[in-house]
Design a protein around this ligand. Structure first.
Ligand code: AMP
Length: 221
C-alpha cells in the first residue's frame, strides 16, 4: 500500500526545495511535473516542442498531458511505496485524475505551503537553479558570486522566473490551483504549513504534519 505526498502551494512557496528534501529523507522518488516538462523541452522531444511556448508564458499545459506523465511515472517500480508529488495536481481536474489513478488503499497526504504574495514575488526574483546539479539557491542580494554552494556549478535563472511571467504564474495559481484547497480541505490528511519560516523549520513542520496525518489515516509513516 503506497503513501503518496502532494506538496501544494503557489510558485515560490518552496515546494521544490521541500519536496526534494522529503523524498530524500523518506527514500522515495521526487516527482516534479515542472522538471519533467523542462527536461522534455531541453531534450527537444515531441512533447517538449509542444509545451515550450506554454512553459515560457507561465500558463498551464493541458491536464491530459500532465496526468499522462504522472500516470506513467507512478507505474514504475520505484514508485510502489509512494512518491512526493511537486507541482501536480494544479487543477481540480488533475486532482480528480490523481484520485482515479490511486489504487484502493493508497493513501494521499496533502501538505499546503502558505506564503504571502509579496514574499513570493521577492523569492522568485532571487531564485536561481544550478545548471549542473539542480540545487535551488536563493541569491543573497549582496553581490556574492553566483555559484552553486553544493558543486560550484553555474547558476541560472529559470526563464519563467522573469517578473512579467511570475505575475502571470501567480494569477494562474489564484485562478486554477487555489481552488484545489477547497477540494482537499475537508480531508483528514490535509495540512497547511506556514511556508514563510526558514527552510529547516518548514521541513520540520512538514515532517510533523506527515507523521500526524499518517497516524490519523493508519499508515506507519
Ligand atoms: P513548476 O516547475 O512546477 O513551477 O512548473 C513550471 C511550469 O510547468 C508551469 O508554469 C506550467 O507551465 C508547467 N506545469 C508544471 N506542472 C504542471 C501541471 N501539473 N499542470 C499544468 N502545467 C504544469
Amino acid at each position: 500500500m503506497a503513501c503518496h505526498i502532494v506538496m501544494l502551494g503557489p510558485p515560490g512557496a518552496g515546494k521544490g526545495t521541500q519536496a526534494k528534501r522529503l523524498a530524500a529523507v523518506r527514500g522515495v522518488p521526487h516527482v516534479s511535473t515542472g522538471d519533467m516538462l523542462r527536461e522534455a523541452v531541453q531534450s527537444g522531444t515531441p512533447l517538449g516542442r509542444r509545451v515550450q511556448a506554454v512553459l515560457d508564458s507561465g500558463r498551464l499545459v493541458s491536464d491530459e498531458i500532465v496526468a499522462d506523465l504522472v500516470r506513467e511515472r507512478l507505474t514504475r517500480a520505484d514508485a510502489r511505496a509512494g512518491v512526493v508529488l511537486d507541482g501536480f495536481p494544479r487543477t481540480v481536474a488533475q486532482a480528480q485524475a490523481l484520485d482515479t489513478l490511486l489504487g484502493n488503499g493508497d493513501a494521499l497526504v496533502i501538505v499546503d505551503l502558505a506564503v504571502s504574495a509579496a514574499d513570493l514575488i521577492r523569492r522568485l526574483s532571487r531564485r536561481r537553479v544550478c545548471a549542473a546539479c539542480g540545487t535551488i539557491v536563493a541569491l543573497a542580494g549582496d553581490g556574492s558570486p553566483e555559484v552553486c554552494p553544493q558543486c560550484s556549478g553555474a547558476l541560472a535563472q529559470r526563464s519563467d522566473d522573469r517578473e512579467e511571467v511570475v505575475r502571470e504564474r501567480l494569477a494562474v495559481y489564484e485562478r486554477s490551483t487555489a481552488p484545489l484547497v477547497d477540494y482537499y480541505r475537508e480531508r483528514e490528511s490535509y495540512r497547511t504549513i506556514d511556508g514563510a519560516q526558514s527552510p529547516d523549520a518548514v521541513a520540520g513542520a512538514v515532517a510533523d504534519a506527515i507523521d500526524e496525518t499518517a497516524a490519523v489515516i493508519g499508515q506507519d509513516r
